[in-house]
Unconditional design. Structure first.
Length: 277
């Protein structure tokens, strides 16, 4: 049995480019894992099936754990069945990459379980067939992500960030978000990674091309961002296509204080940090 922590991410920056013929957009993004995760176990079973036991109502064929396991079995001629147990804490459709992280964790876990000895580049070649965020989660930590998500360059010297993560009780489909952006969005200039060498510089440079479109389409998100800043965040931003908003705080104490105030706003609040795994 393999046990894994499947971490969420935030987009410190997200610059969206052209839409390609395959439907994907080019992007430039600086992503970072945060210490907020789902628990996954993977074990062999005496059959040729893929079983997924999850604590949320996710149809099997739409579960990225299932898709990842099915693809790994097909690519590497694995005949044995696997049982995947997924305890989800990362909300679905929240801009935190939970499903993509789950897929990457299953791939990493099956690589260990079946002793395939695949390196990260080989795993990325498979991961990009599942979704644009999945290659990042194979690498983890902090990284500059470009292309359609398949180009992942680690950034190992970013300072630790104290984060308050806030998400309201609704989902935003990534596909719908990009449809909105295609109609109303505008591109911005990517941030120079060299400018992100301190907490203050990171906070002043966080940005998301999706933010204006999402804020204008979903009531209350702008207010969450403003309240995080009012309660002491150095800055705050939408993560991915939302609806999660994260604030960067100068220290853990100020993050905890802001979180207590935000809990009065009928939203879910998580105090966390960036991690280098």
């Amino acid at each position: 049995m393999i046990e894994l922590k499947s971490y969420a991410k935030v987009n410190l920056t997200l610059n969206i480019g052209n839409k390609l013929e395959n439907g994907y957009h080019t992007l430039n993004s600086i992503m970072h894992l945060i210490d907020f995760y789902d628990d996954i176990t993977i074990e062999r079973i005496p059959s040729d099936k893929i079983e997924v036991d999850v604590n949320m109502d996710i149809p099997l064929k739409q579960n990225l754990c299932y898709k990842a396991a099915k693809l790994m079995r097909s690519k590497f001629n694995l005949n044995e069945g696997v049982k995947i147990t997924l305890n989800k804490k990362i909300p679905i459709g929240a801009g935190l990459g939970g499903g993509s992280s789950n897929a990457a964790s299953v791939m990493v876990g099956m690589n260990k379980l079946f002793k395939l000895n695949l390196d990260k580049n080989q795993l990325i070649d498979v991961a990009k067939e599942i979704g644009s965020d999945v290659p990042f989660f194979i690498i983890g930590g902090g990284a500059h992500v470009s292309g359609t998500g398949e180009l992942v360059n680690p950034i190992n010297d970013l300072p630790e960030l104290n984060i308050v993560l806030v998400y309201p009780e609704f989902e935003i489909s990534t596909a719908l978000a990009y449809d909105l952006w295609d109609k109303k969005g505008s591109c911005s200039i990517p941030i120079d990674v060299g400018n992100l060498n301190s907490v203050q510089r990171i906070a002043s440079n966080i940005s998301n091309d999706m933010q204006e479109v999402i804020f204008s389409s979903y009531e209350g998100l702008q207010d969450i961002k403003e309240k995080l800043i009012q309660y002491g965040a150095l800055n705050a931003s939408l993560s991915g296509s939302g609806p999660s908003i994260f604030g960067i705080f100068p220290d853990e104490q100020s993050a905890n204080s802001a979180a207590e105030k935000m809990k009065e706003e009928n939203v879910t609040v998580v105090v966390t940090k960036t991690i280098l795994l």
